[in-house]
Ligand binder design. Structure first.
Ligand SMILES: [Zn+2]
Length: 357
């Protein structure tokens, strides 16, 4: 090799290394609004698909045939453990995860996911600019992340929760009409992953909650299945792209659960969610006001896959060992190789199956 070529290569070497810096970790966070662990793990509830109030009679057969289990309904999420990832929150198996906020509905839940702590002052879904700084905003002010944090969601409160005005994090959000549809949000998020290649991509999908409030159990199940397919597609794209392959962590979770058993007369607790306190604050906000609230809607689940995720032995079912929604922000930051304590030392600690790369 001629000396000048060697010198050229030595000059180029740092440039080549810089093209793929070691700290170029990425995150894809997807939330499925108000999606119960019961359906995620057990699959369709036979009583709810047999109930003509909630499931069209001609859908019942199709649902019974195609979705016999949680794994049938959400095959991608259920494939994560075999890929080295995690899917937890199955209370039938002694797993436990819950929100720590006292409200059990969306704004308090998303605030808890994005900031790592519950804010008891958030007591409504009103379009109030969030006073709290999300980890999206914190990252967007850091070198290497500025301008590379993008959010998509089909709920028009997301810009307020993420406070796009102050945070500078663009939030592509909206509601396409009276009938819920998140397909436009999905398309925009897939295009962004392909073309803009953000380091942090957040996608908030809401059809699961909208259809449940409408009492459409069949449409809720179809939304879960479609969401699972979308997440699989996001991951396929990420795996095929050198910008993401091998350095991306995927987190999928929900802002809250829903009520449990069927309540008669008049409806079913599964269509609703919220604590007794939230019902007291806004009884008109509920189709079926219940002074006790809707127990079970504090229960959530999480799925994760990628370079920062390392499954741990079965998590204890003791109540005090229940995983918290307030641990997701620190987990996301740890997955990105960031010091979560520098973000907020009072945030919930990273979940046990996340480790700092
Ligand atoms: Zn809701």
């Amino acid at each position: 090799m001629r000396p000048f070529l060697l010198a050229l290569l030595l000059l180029l070497a740092p440039t080549l290394a810089a093209a793929q810096p070691a700290d170029d970790q990425r995150l894809i966070l997807v939330t499925l609004d108000g999606t119960r662990w019961q359906e995620v793990f057990r699959g369709p509830d036979l009583a709810l698909i047999a109930d003509k109030r909630f499931t069209h009679a001609d859908m019942r057969d199709a649902i019974e045939k195609s979705w016999k289990s949680g794994a049938d309904l959400m095959p991608f999420l259920h494939s994560l453990p075999a890929k080295g990832g995690v899917l937890t929150g199955n209370r039938d198996a002694g797993q436990c995860m819950a929100v720590t906020n006292p409200m059990w509905f969306s704004y308090p839940g998303y605030n808890e996911i994005f900031t790592g702590r519950a804010d008891p002052a958030i007591t409504s879904n009103d379009k109030n600019w969030n006073r709290n700084v999300t980890f999206f905003e914190w990252l967007n002010r850091r070198p290497g992340f500025a301008g590379k944090v993008l959010a998509f969601g089909n709920w028009d409160v997301f810009p307020y929760i993420i406070n796009d005005k102050r945070s500078g994090v663009p939030v592509n959000s909206g509601f396409a009409g009276r009938y819920p549809t998140e397909t436009l949000t999905m398309r925009a998020a897939l295009d962004a992953l392909r073309e803009k290649k953000p380091r942090v991509l957040y996608v908030g999908l809401g059809d699961t909650d909208e259809f449940a409030h409408m009492g459409r159990y069949d449409d809720t199940l179809a939304a879960m299945n479609r969401d699972d397919d979308f997440i699989a597609e996001l991951w396929r794209l990420a795996e095929a792209d050198p910008a993401y392959r091998g350095k991306t962590t995927l987190i999928v979770t929900t802002d809250h659960g829903r009520g449990g058993a069927i309540k008669d007369p008049g409806g079913a607790a599964w269509t609703e969610h919220g604590s007794a306190e939230s019902v007291r604050l806004d009884p008109a906000g509920f189709t079926i006001p219940d002074p006790l609230g809707f127990p079970g809607s504090e229960q959530i689940w999480i799925a994760a896959l990628g370079r920062a995720v390392h499954p741990v032995p079965q998590i204890s079912q003791k109540r005090e060992a229940c995983l918290g929604q307030n641990q997701i922000a620190a987990s996301a930051l740890a997955a990105l190789g960031q010091d979560w304590k520098a973000f907020d030392s009072g945030a919930g600690v990273p979940l046990p199956f996340f480790s700092i790369p």
